[in-house]
Design a protein around this ligand. Structure first.
Ligand SMILES: [Zn+2]
Length: 125
């Protein structure tokens, strides 16, 4: 028992699909941009120009976004897996039912709020 009706599950699954499509598109565009940027980057010579330093800063920010997107995609895949084995909607740490409002906001949630707080306290981003 997940505590969620079939209908609720179906609607959450749809949300996961939508979010996944969004993230994949975002990742693809980040990758495209990265390819283009590196194609236009002048070969590295001794002594960085301001432009090159700028490009590098931009790249770091973009990598951060790509990493976040990739992590969320991973969580979505995990959520799907939990849907398949009937564990979706339960906290992976303490096994309590995750409030539906929380799942509606973030369908890939894997922990209840107290456990998530605890987790984040021990795993600072
Ligand atoms: Zn918990």
């Amino acid at each position: 028992m997940t505590g969620l009706s079939e209908k609720q599950l179906a609607s959450l699954r749809k949300k996961l699909d939508r979010r996944e499509a969004e993230l994949s598109a975002e990742l693809a565009s980040i990758n495209n941009e990265a390819m283009e940027a590196s194609a236009h980057l002048p070969p590295l010579e001794a002594g960085d120009t301001v432009d090159q330093a700028d490009a590098r800063t931009h790249e770091t920010i973009r990598d951060g976004e790509a990493l976040r997107d990739a992590l969320e995609l991973r969580r979505i895949a995990d959520a799907r897996e939990r849907m398949r084995n009937g564990r979706y909607g339960r906290c992976i740490d303490c096994d309590t039912q995750i409030p539906r409002e929380r799942l509606e906001v973030q369908p890939s949630s894997e922990r209840c709020v107290p456990c998530q707080r605890l987790y984040e306290a021990h795993h600072p981003a």
